[in-house]
Design a protein around this ligand. Structure first.
Ligand SMILES: NC(=O)c1ccc[n+]([C@@H]2O[C@H](COP(=O)([O-])OP(=O)(O)OC[C@H]3O[C@@H](n4cnc5c(N)ncnc54)[C@H](OP(=O)(O)O)[C@@H]3O)[C@@H](O)[C@H]2O)c1
Length: 343
């Protein structure tokens, strides 16, 4: 890891013992009166010296500056995906097809899967960060995000990195990322409202929810975010900007119920026949779309959605109500036929 002192314009590489931690440095830099979102050239005084931390932990200052500036000149982004499972690979495939460079890391080893997609896999999280992706997409399970983000060596990334989460719940990651990530990095919370099954064909008209939670005002940071969400727009997605709070309120009675009904029908082991109606085909698609997702995902929707328990109860009550109506009608008919008069 290289860090540099700039003394009267000269750049001196610091010995390991003299290095400042990223967090200490961040707090000193953020006291600067200048725009705290654009820290590339913000000087700050430490022991009467002008200190400027290298932007990129592993490269010379010049190289880092070039790297930092290069992404707004090029059309493509280097996108790092943390959590290279079902959904991470689904996104990676489309990013690569659109010409972006994709690197991945995960708990398991997905070297071969990444190669098949045209991406590169780094089993070592430090190696992953030292590739200095423009964007880090967090695609781990809802339940593991806390430990994943806390164990990420953020100091090895470019300090202006854009973090994007794609979790199916939104208030939880928003609060977590704001709490854990240094304020120099940008945060964009998103939820592509489709997955590997529902989005296996065209993404035309599929909803993409996003909230720019904390994006620096400088042009390069704004452009980078635009470039990232522009990818989804270019795929035909219907772009919906809303807050994470609004998302979770709406998703409680849409997403969670969809998954619950799909899983309930899935538990019935329904089968296709030669004379399926369109309605039944839709139900079978629902079963496939929901049961192909991990149970961990469904449990995450339940655990991190404050309205989920209530929605589950409402679903149960509605089912009982429908069942009661059927049996009530049946009982009336039986009584009629049996000439039973209860009056
Ligand atoms: N599937 C969809 O349709 C869909 C749609 C929109 C958004 N999302 C969101 O995308 C994310 C990924 O979803 P998914 O469908 O791939 O399934 P998931 O079961 O929600 O997540 C699987 C991913 O989480 C990682 N993971 C699980 N437990 C972990 C742990 N203890 N420590 C570190 N990593 C762990 C897995 O890594 P390893 O494989 O390496 O173990 C894998 O990359 C979720 O947050 C989900 O809400 C999914």
């Amino acid at each position: 890891m290289k860090q540099c002192l700039v003394i009267s314009g000269a750049t001196v590489q610091l010995a390991p013992a003299a290095r400042l931690s990223f967090s200490r440095l961040s707090s000193s830099v953020s006291k600067s009166p200048r725009n705290s979102n654009d820290l590339r050239s913000v000087p700050c005084s430490i022991s009467n010296l002008k200190y400027s931390r290298s932007l990129d932990a592993a490269m010379s200052f010049d190289a880092e500056a070039k790297l930092e500036n290069s992404w707004d000149e090029k059309e493509s982004l280097t996108i790092g995906i943390v959590g290279f499972g079902n959904f991470g690979q689904f996104l990676a495939r489309r990013f690569v097809e659109a010409g972006h460079t994709v690197i991945g890391t995960s708990r398991g080893d997905y070297t071969e899967d990444a190669r098949g997609i045209g991406a590169e896999f780094f089993a070592d999280i430090d190696d992953f960060c030292e590739q200095h992706p423009d964007v880090v997409v967090l695609s781990s399970s809802i339940l593991s995000l806390d430990s994943v983000i806390r164990s990420l060596p953020v100091q090895r990334l470019k300090r202006s990195t854009l973090f994007v989460d794609v979790l199916s719940v939104k208030v939880f990651p928003k609060n977590l990322l704001l709490e854990v990530l240094p304020k120099e990095v940008d945060i964009l919370c998103t939820h592509p409202m489709f997955g590997p099954d529902s989005g296996k064909g065209s993404w035309d008209g599929l909803n993409f929810m996003y909230e720019p939670v904390r994006i620096g005002t400088s042009k390069d940071r704004q452009d980078r975010m635009e470039k990232f969400i522009g990818f989804f727009r270019s795929q035909g997605c219907r772009m919906v900007e809303m807050t994470c709070e609004e998302h979770d309120k709406a998703a409680a009675s849409t997403q969670f119920i969809t998954h619950s009904v799909g899983r309930t029908l899935g538990a019935m082991n329904l089968e296709r026949t030669d004379i399926d109606t369109k309605g039944y085909e839709s139900l079978m698609s629902l079963v496939e779309n929901t049961t192909n997702d991990s149970f961990e995902l469904y449990y995450g929707l339940f655990l991190y959605n404050p309205n989920a328990t209530q929605e589950l109860e409402r679903l149960e009550q509605a089912f009982d109500q429908v069942k009661r109506r059927l049996f009530q009608r049946l009982h009336e008919k039986l009584r009629e036929n049996l000439h039973i008069n209860l009056e």
